[in-house]
Design a protein around this ligand. Structure first.
Ligand code: GLA
Length: 397
């Protein structure tokens, strides 16, 4: 996996690529990270709790305003796929593909850039791994447009929380991916050395210190090499199932269910009732796990103590929510068999990555065990990296 770039080199590279693409200099370069969620999966659209950390991997956006009413988009990762159209021509689904994310942000903020804008993006957040490369893309552009057009740059008129909604609307309304606010909140609000404890209902958040290195631990991301697509996959089905469960229980959102026992009315003996019970049970127990993980991290036990809660979360996503894959299950089981503290799949599901919490001295053994097991099973070779909780979106230069 290529080394993450977010410092001066990365800014220079984006500046140069911008000038090559558009023949002028950008007004600035912004970066926004991908994320990995420690715990709290499929809770965000149920108005529950999440606990992500930002990755060192970012998308950089080099941006300059124009005066001809054109939106021009280029990407280092998609050479030859440059997009140019009038701001007025932007509409959901137009443009499609990678360009839909920056275009959706420009569309949401079009009143601020009536003269158009040129955007060059360059990123190293691995795509399709459940690590929010799309949020990194939308959030870098949202922050850039905010900063460039704020009447008073020292006191921006749009808060980071407002940009979460801008980036989310780009994904939901423009690209058509029905995501919650986990990814955009993580990309914009995370801080280095911390996990972001976010209540997605009232948007209150707290930075929870997470110093894994001091505890002799590593949080490994293992990419199973199987990809997902939230715009078309089972993600939307799960959302609808959760909405139906909440409706049947007479609550605004599954967040409002206090305990698993309160889900009993769902179990009306029909296959649909049993299915909704399982889906809702995941959400209710996952919210409780987030609160428990935060409690443990604030206490004296040390971060290794959250391991079993991560593993429980995996079982719930596998058995009740049914969004794991054989590759993800194999990764988790193998890691645990070789002494990991905990492991679980992350993100929307149906492929992507797992996280494995390990004592540093066991990392090599566990990575080798997973790699060997994948080879024996005939799966694609997994790719692995250790996560350092990194800063959220920021201006680079
Ligand atoms: C995807 C979505 C998020 C969230 C997660 C599951 O990453 O974009 O909003 O629902 O899946 O936790």
């Amino acid at each position: 996996m290529s080394a993450p770039g977010s410092g001066a080199d990365a800014a220079d590279r984006a500046r140069r690529a911008f000038t090559e693409a558009f023949g002028t200099a950008p007004e600035g370069v912004w970066a926004a990270p991908g994320r990995v969620n420690v715990i709290g999966e499929h809770t965000d659209y149920n108005e529950g709790f999440v606990l992500p950390v930002a990755l060192p991997h970012t998308t950089r956006a080099a941006v300059a305003r124009r005066d001809d009413g054109v939106v021009a988009l280029a990407s280092v990762q998609h050479p030859g796929e440059r997009v140019e159209l009038d701001v007025a021509e932007l509409a959901p689904g137009r443009p499609a593909g990678w360009a839909g994310y920056p275009a959706g942000v420009v569309h949401a903020l079009r009143d601020r850039v009536p003269g158009g804008v040129s955007v060059l993006v360059d990123g190293d957040v691995p795509a399709g791994m459940g690590l929010s490369s799309s949020a990194a893309l939308s959030c870098s552009v949202a922050l850039a447009l905010r900063d460039l057009t704020a009447p008073d740059p020292a006191a921006p008129d749009l808060a980071l929380a407002d940009l979460v909604d801008v980036a989310r609307s780009a994904e939901n309304d423009f690209v058509g991916a029905p995501t919650g606010i986990l990814d955009q909140s993580a990309s914009l609000l995370c801080t280095a050395g911390h996990a972001l404890f976010l209540d997605t209902r009232d948007r209150s958040s707290e930075q929870v210190p997470l110093d894994l290195a001091a505890a002799g631990l590593e949080l490994l991301v293992v990419d199973t090499g199987t990809t997902h697509d939230h715009a078309t996959g089972g993600y939307g089905d799960r959302r609808r199932e959760c909405e139906r469960a909440a409706e049947r229980l007479g609550v605004a959102a599954l967040r409002d269910v206090a305990a698993v026992a309160d889900l009993a009315p769902l179990d009306d003996g029909t296959p649909e009732g049993t299915l909704l019970l399982r889906r809702a049970r995941h959400v209710v127990t996952e919210d409780a796990r987030v609160l428990e993980v935060v409690r443990v991290l604030r206490g004296d036990a040390g971060p290794a103590a959250v391991g079993p809660l991560l593993t429980e979360g995996h079982a719930s996503l596998r058995d009740d929510f049914e969004i794991s894959t054989v590759e993800l299950d194999t990764c988790v089981t193998t890691a645990l068999d070789h002494g990991a503290e905990g492991a679980r799949m992350v993100g929307g599901g149906f492929g992507g990555s797992a996280v494995v919490l390990v004592r540093r001295e066991r990392t090599d053994e566990i990575v080798t065990a997973i790699t060997d097991r994948f080879a024996v099973e005939g799966y694609r070779a997994p790719r692995t990296f250790a996560v350092t909780p990194s800063p959220g979106a920021r201006r680079l230069d």
